[in-house]
Design a binder for this molecule. Structure first.
Ligand code: HEM
Length: 519
């Protein structure tokens, strides 16, 4: 570079032009350095702080920008009958989005071929502020009570002593959590390794509500269906072959597809149920371990999403992005799904720690609408969230001196009524196995083969008490399912005994040749 190209002159963060970025200041060219090396000390101490804590789950991710385009109806009906959320009302209305895909268990640089659910988190920058739909690729989850989440994650992540992954710890937890049987059935099938982030579905998993102008609610589940790129999953062998060459194939696939203009698209579909307990069903509609069957609760398209722009900076956009299930706009609401309620506390709590108190001021997280709060200060306060004609002295509400005022309600508030004892209890229709059996039967033959072989591979290193409990759960789901896992484990035992005796024989032969005893 020419030294006098003023547009590209290096400065420090104080705006001082830097004329020597190669040498620190020393006493003589071989002498000790001095402490007033401001440029060096600023540069190195910023570098020392370059990393923020990785996400406690979903640490490894890739992201992209795009837009959501509403169809203006739900299936064939007017959408305003069910929700007054503005982003859905008008056909063709576009809302900018940012999406982050992820794996769950591994750290920031873990392999993207891992068997794991995939995160599918979408931030809609709507005219009413942000809406985050924080979903996964699979439509259900391992547990239904948020109290179990930290234990589940501890069991799935590496062993705290060896720092190694260990399926025995995972299955120890799962074999004592029968509600996980359905999710395990998906995760150990090819659906546990989507081919990449473009060719997978997404789902909000939890049950939410839609609220109309009258304050009336329905229960909804959200699903993303890939459009032109389709769905593709991998066998364990295919995934291992990819992993032998790269641990970043999914990030690369997404980035390169968008660079070459092959923009991935998904249709957003909803399933709707009336807002009640549905005693006619053999499961609770608030139970995230269950699918809502397609026949009774059809997938109704409400719009499509296109991802057409890569991030300009991975850290600023993808790493610092903060999604949360509490981030809803008017017309969308929470249900009483317990897992959802626990999640809603957890996300912004972790983000205040992971990114910082003012994480919502960062461009990737800030809404693209006006923000006017009385929240002030805190580490890294980047701006004052003040309305243009707000009296800057009035950082409280209510006030008669030109402070912020409350908005008018956009419609009638949804006010569910409650009358029950405060308890600690499991839901009354856990039905932990039936849908796992149905899912097993719905798989194609090769998917069932993979499921059994992947389960046997993981379970064969587990203690018998864990194996027996898991076989019991799979048998409750479907007798053939349990039988095949049991047979697979028996065969694995025989193989390892043979291997063991082969190894012992080899050892004995070697010992004979070398004249040493194997004792
Ligand atoms: C990330 C908690 C269940 C999807 C996270 C993070 C936490 C968390 C603490 C890290 C967030 C961050 O650092 O920004 C929980 C709790 C759950 C739960 C407590 C259950 C009680 C679920 C479920 C889903 C899900 C059921 C799927 C529907 C995600 C996704 C991310 C995430 C996609 C990554 C978001 C991103 O890309 O930044 N979760 N989670 N989680 N969770 Fe959950």
């Amino acid at each position: 570079m020419e030294k006098n190209d003023t547009n590209r002159i290096l400065t420090n963060r104080q705006g001082h032009p830097i004329s020597d970025n190669q040498n620190i200041r020393t006493i003589g060219n071989r002498g000790p350095s001095t402490l007033e090396n401001y440029h060096f000390i600023e540069k190195i101490s910023h570098f020392d702080r370059e990393r923020i804590p990785e996400r406690v789950v979903h640490a490894r991710g890739a992201g992209a920008h795009g837009y959501f385009e509403a169809y203006g109806k739900v299936g064939q009906e007017s959408i305003s009958k069910y929700t007054r959320a503005k982003l859905f009302q008008e056909a063709g209305k576009r809302t900018p989005v940012f999406v982050r895909f992820s794996t769950v268990v591994g750290g920031t640089h873990s392999s993207e071929t891992d068997r794991d659910p995939r995160g599918f988190a979408v931030k809609f920058y709507t005219e009413d502020g942000n809406w985050d739909l924080v979903g996964n690729n699979l439509k259900i989850f391992f547990i239904r009570d948020p109290l179990k989440f930290p234990d589940m994650v501890h069991a799935f992540k590496v062993d705290p002593v060896t720092n190694l992954p260990n399926p025995e710890r995972m299955f120890d937890f799962v074999s004592n959590s029968p509600e996980a049987t359905h999710m395990i059935t998906f995760v150990f099938s090819p659906w546990g390794i989507p081919a990449n982030y473009r060719q997978m579905q997404g789902s909000g998993v939890n049950t939410y509500k839609w609220v109309n102008q009258e304050g009336e609610a329905v229960l909804v589940k959200y699903h993303w269906e890939p459009l032109k790129q389709g769905i593709k999953n991998l066998t364990q062998k295919e995934a291992s072959a990819i992993q032998a060459k790269t641990i970043s194939h999914a990030t690369q696939d997404l980035y390169e597809a968008i660079e070459r203009g092959d923009y991935p698209e998904w249709e957003l579909c909803v399933q709707i149920m009336s807002d009640d307990e549905h005693p006619e069903l053999d499961f609770d509609p608030l139970d995230p371990t269950k699918l809502w069957d397609h026949e009774r609760f059809p997938f109704l398209p409400v719009g499509k999403m296109v991802l057409d722009q890569n991030p300009e900076n991975y850290f600023a956009e993808v790493e610092q992005a903060a999604f949360g299930t509490g981030v809803l706009v008017d017309g969308l609401d929470f249900s009483d799904d317990k897992l959802l309620q626990g999640r809603t506390f957890s996300y912004s709590d972790t983000q205040r720690y992971r990114v910082g108190t003012n994480y919502l001021q960062l461009p990737i997280n800030a809404p693209k609408t006006r923000v006017a709060t009385n929240q002030r200060d805190g580490q890294m306060a980047y701006m004052v969230d003040r309305a243009p004609d707000q009296n800057p002295h009035v950082t409280y509400e209510p006030s008669s001196l030109g402070g912020l005022t409350e908005a008018k309600p956009a419609g009638k508030e949804h006010q569910p009524a409650y009358s029950a004892k405060l308890v600690r209890e499991k839901i009354s229709r856990p039905n932990d196995f039936k849908q796992a059996g149905e899912t097993y039967l719905q798989f194609e033959d090769w998917e069932r083969e993979e499921l059994i072989s992947n389960l046997v591979d993981a379970l064969k290193i587990c203690q018998p008490v864990i194996q027996e409990k898991m076989i019991g759960y799979f048998t409750e789901a479907h007798s053939e399912y349990g039988r095949r896992v049991a047979e697979g484990l028996k065969q694995a035992q025989v193989d390892s005994t043979h291997l063991g005796s082969d190894a012992a024989r080899d050892g004995a032969e070697k010992a004979e040749h070398s004249g040493k005893s194997t004792d």
